[in-house]
Ligand binder design. Structure first.
Ligand code: FAD
Length: 466
């Protein structure tokens, strides 16, 4: 069988690339080694984690916040099995939706492991061992990533686990140790903290979410500690040992002392690595970097001119929406269009509560680049909307160029900022000034008023409600 485009991997990068190419008139095939489509994001990433975050949030509110709203519920309780089953149902419906989209766009779906025969032929090895070779004028590698670990840790998938197992544990841990205070560790740590587990985060860097703006990390640390999470930064883990139903983690702190943590589960969330195993890239002559990423140029083209790569398997943020944008870009580029992505404007979001969201440059990045910038900050606490809902933690910070007033970065902690950040991204896409943002009429009462106020603070130093 011959196709205009073969996509290997059906995550958000792959399936979106396939749809866009089909929309633009290509004959497309997609290969997925698992029986469900949607990749990490839909099966063991974004969607199931958000389903559990939402369920646990409802329970947490019932226990901690209903009372202040005058609602009494006798003694809130939960059925963890039901929560996990609901999550599985959400995943099933969502992945089923991708199958529908493939059919609607006449995209041929092949189930099996895709591996290169040469630069234009891909072999599909099915579960029963049957093989089939298909031909593609162009091929996109969208094989994503897998959880990474530390060399001395044995992931037994029972007690020493990755995010994949953390999404389907048989019980709520009594004490969950989380190695790595990045997005995934904090989100899954939040789920179990809300459900009553003791949660201890052990982070190597001096701050959690270490790549985000320092103010954001500081505020998030404060809020998560208030919720009872124990956060240990500047702790380098040296060993992880399983002792029956116990997991013992040893780490060295800033002073060089050895610290021991004991829990019943240990989530290793120290990042993810690009996944190219089984692809036989060498048969097509595709180059990877020392760290295993597929090497691409600005058009996401590999060193082999008809082979492209997108998403987690290439450089850049490991995020579903980044993978999707890259999928669209390659499909449009192949159709002769001139698409482009502004990597500076890919929002980063943490779905803790309050949520965290950012777009553009951090203060540190501006300082390092020698940019003359100004900053405006507005506290969520000062908003009528926040007082109404009781979500008082957090702030919005707008960073703007001191000379031109152009918005260069926006950082937020607060209720629903995962959605709020898009206002900042749109403004920055159109190269708005802080004054532009400040002069836009924002609905009242909304959390978005904090954006207007922070922008005004950055522009003229005079927020109205502070
Ligand atoms: P993937 O989604 O990893 O898909 C790759 C697909 O390729 C897989 O289905 C795999 O089975 C298949 N494959 C691999 N090799 C082959 C082969 N040889 N043949 C056939 N098929 C193959 N990102 C966000 O933006 N927002 C979030 O809220 C978010 N939450 C997350 C929570 C968790 C717990 C995790 C783990 C990740 C989260 N992410 C989130 C990250 C997001 O899931 C990834 O960035 C995204 O899935 C990357 O998409 P992709 O298309 O590059 O690869």
């Amino acid at each position: 069988m011959k196709y205009d485009l073969i996509v290997i991997g059906s995550g958000p990068g792959g399936y979106i690339a396939a749809i866009r190419a089909a929309q633009l008139g290509s004959k497309v095939a997609i290969i997925e080694k698992y029986s469900t489509l949607g990749g990490t994001c839909l099966n063991v990433g974004c969607i199931p984690s958000k389903a559990l975050l939402d369920s646990s949030h409802h329970y947490y509110d019932a226990v901690n916040h209903f009372e202040e709203h005058g609602i009494s519920v006798e003694k809130p309780s939960f059925d963890f099995g039901k929560m996990v089953a609901r999550k599985a149902n959400v995943v099933e419906t969502t992945t089923g939706g991708i199958k529908y989209l493939m059919d609607k766009n006449n995209i041929e779906v092949y189930e099996g492991l895709g591996s290169f025969e040469d630069a234009t032929h891909v072999k599909i090895t099915k579960n029963d061992g049957a093989e089939e070779v298909i031909e593609g004028t162009n091929i996109i590698i969208a094989t994503g990533s897998k959880p990474s670990s530390l060399p001395f840790i044995t992931i037994d998938k029972e007690r020493v686990i990755t995010s994949t197992e953390a999404l389907k544990l048989p019980e709520v841990p009594k004490h969950l140790l989380v190695i790595g205070g990045g997005v995934i560790g904090l989100e899954l740590g939040s789920v179990y903290k809300r459900l009553g587990a003791e949660v201890t985060v052990i982070e190597f860097m001096p701050a959690i979410t270490p790549t985000m703006d320092k103010d954001v990390s500081k505020e998030l640390t404060k809020v998560l500690k208030k919720q009872g999470m124990k956060i240990n930064t500047s702790h380098g883990v040296t060993s992880v040992e399983r002792n029956g139903d116990e997991v013992v983690v040893k780490a060295t702190n800033k002073k060089g002392e050895e610290v021991t943590f004991t829990g019943d589960y240990c989530l290793v969330s120290v990042g993810r690595r690009p996944y190219t195993e089984g692809l036989a890239l060498e048969k097509a002559g595709v180059k990877v970097t020392e760290r295993g990423m597929v090497e691409v140029n600005d058009h996401l083209q590999t060193n082999v001119s008809n082979i492209y790569a997108i998403g987690d398997v290439v450089r850049g943020a490991m995020l579903a929406h980044k993978a999707e944008e890259e999928g669209v870009v390659v499909a449009e580029y192949l159709a002769g269009q001139k698409p482009h992505i502004d990597y500076n404007l890919i929002p980063g979001i943490v779905y803790t509560w309050p949520e965290v969201a950012a777009v553009g440059k951090t203060e540190q990045e501006l300082k390092d680049a020698g940019v003359d910038y100004k900053s405006g900050k507005f506290s969520m606490r000062a908003l009528g909307r926040s007082r109404a809902s009781g979500d008082l933690d957090g702030f919005v910070k707008v960073l703007a160029d001191k000379n031109t007033d152009e918005v260069l970065g926006v950082h937020m902690v607060g209720a629903r900022v995962a959605d709020l950040i898009m206002e900042a991204a749109v403004a920055m896409e159109y190269r708005a000034s802080a004054e532009d943002l400040a002069r836009i009429c924002h609905g009242h009462p909304t959390y978005s008023e904090a954006v207007k106020e922070a922008a005004k603070a950055a522009w003229d130093g005079k927020p109205l409600n502070a």
